[in-house]
Design a protein around this ligand. Structure first.
Ligand code: ZN
Length: 342
């Protein structure tokens, strides 16, 4: 690995929400793809860092071409399906890096480009023309999130703390507030070739950036050093969690307590009954239960929102979905769900 980047803070500034699971001793025994497997498993087994099965990782490594015997650069990226926590060597797709610029030329040469264009869909099978060593593992649709990042390692994750920021109304401003120019922001866009090029352009314009926040989706970190990439991911999650904690108002975070409590048929405040949005599985006869911890509306409620006590700068948008789902309606102003292959 090449020269390491910044490390996690130590001492009083040491992370308190995330915990590094990286062992220098274990990692030192590994090389190449095995180190990527090791890093992926450490990330995937920690639900603070990514929801189950979510995210994907990559390393750009030098390999011996099986046909020519020459040293070639290969992008190893977690394949479609599977889980970071349990991924093994055969869970990663491998692509000749020097063939990928041809895909870019093909894409940019098309008159109609963008996340919902025909050329975007046509790019997916083109990855098959770049496969290294006849590896049968299919690429994830998130592969462009890794391809055009000009660093050797990329960790793309879906951490709850980060999603809380990027699902908020003022997500771009919040990103600047939390990370300054160390982490760039890219609005929601369907994973694909176009967002890969968007990230590449953003990095070119913000060379100091060590990661990106993806609106309504998650984040990525990068570094030429694999441990630094892992630790940058932890740092991004830690900073989001600290920001949120500093604005936590306890019971009032998602409401000021003045909204109607769930009531019994006789009208007295009580334990609510069977509301699907409440922690206690309760249904109020009207309004929000103070026990509701989500922004979902109780099925029997009137149009009461939980926005009032939430600081304007950190107010969540009415979706917390990081992995959009197909065929379900989206709240007004939030992106339509789609189903990426991961
Ligand atoms: Zn993702």
């Amino acid at each position: 690995m090449t020269k390491a980047g910044p490390r996690l803070p130590q001492g009083a500034d040491a992370p308190s929400f995330v915990k590094s699971r990286w062992s220098d001793e274990e990692a030192a025994k590994l090389a190449g793809l095995d180190r990527l497997v090791y890093r992926s498993n450490r990330l995937g087994e920690d639900l603070t860092l990514t929801n189950t099965g979510g995210g994907n990782t990559s390393s750009k490594l030098v390999e011996k071409d099986p046909l020519t015997g020459e040293a070639v650069e290969v992008l190893w990226v977690k394949g479609s399906g599977g889980d970071l926590r349990t991924a093994r060597r055969d869970g990663f797709a491998s692509l000749y890096l020097d063939k990928l610029p041809a895909m870019k030329t093909l894409y940019l040469g098309h008159p109609e480009r963008g996340p919902k264009t025909a050329i975007e869909d046509a790019m997916v099978p083109m990855y098959s023309h770049c496969v290294f060593n006849l590896n049968p593992r299919a690429c994830s649709i998130d592969t462009p999130l890794h391809t055009f990042v000009p660093h050797r390692n990329v960790d793309h994750l879906h951490p709850n703390a980060v999603i809380a920021v990027v699902a908020s109304v003022n997500q771009e401003r919040l990103c600047r507030e939390v990370y300054g120019d160390e982490v760039i922001y890219v609005p929601w866009q369907r994973p694909g070739f176009d967002i890969g090029l968007l990230i590449e352009k953003s990095i070119r314009e913000n060379p100091k950036a060590r990661g990106v926040l993806l609106g309504h989706h998650g984040m990525s970190s990068w570094s030429d050093d694999d441990k630094a990439c892992y630790e940058t991911a932890l740092e991004i999650v830690e900073r989001a969690a600290r920001y949120i904690e500093a604005r936590d108002r306890g019971e009032r975070t998602f409401g000021d307590g003045s909204t109607p409590r769930c009531r019994t048929p006789s009208g007295g405040a009580s334990r609510p009954r069977s509301c699907p949005g409440c922690a206690g599985g309760s249904r109020p006869s009207g309004g929000w239960s103070p026990r509701c911890r989500t922004t979902r509306r109780c099925s029997a409620s009137s149009a009461v929102t939980t926005d009032r006590a939430w600081p304007a700068s950190a107010r969540p948008a009415r979706t917390t979905s990081c992995a959009p789902r197909s065929g379900r309606s989206s709240p007004a102003g939030t992106p339509r769900a789609e189903t990426p292959r991961r």
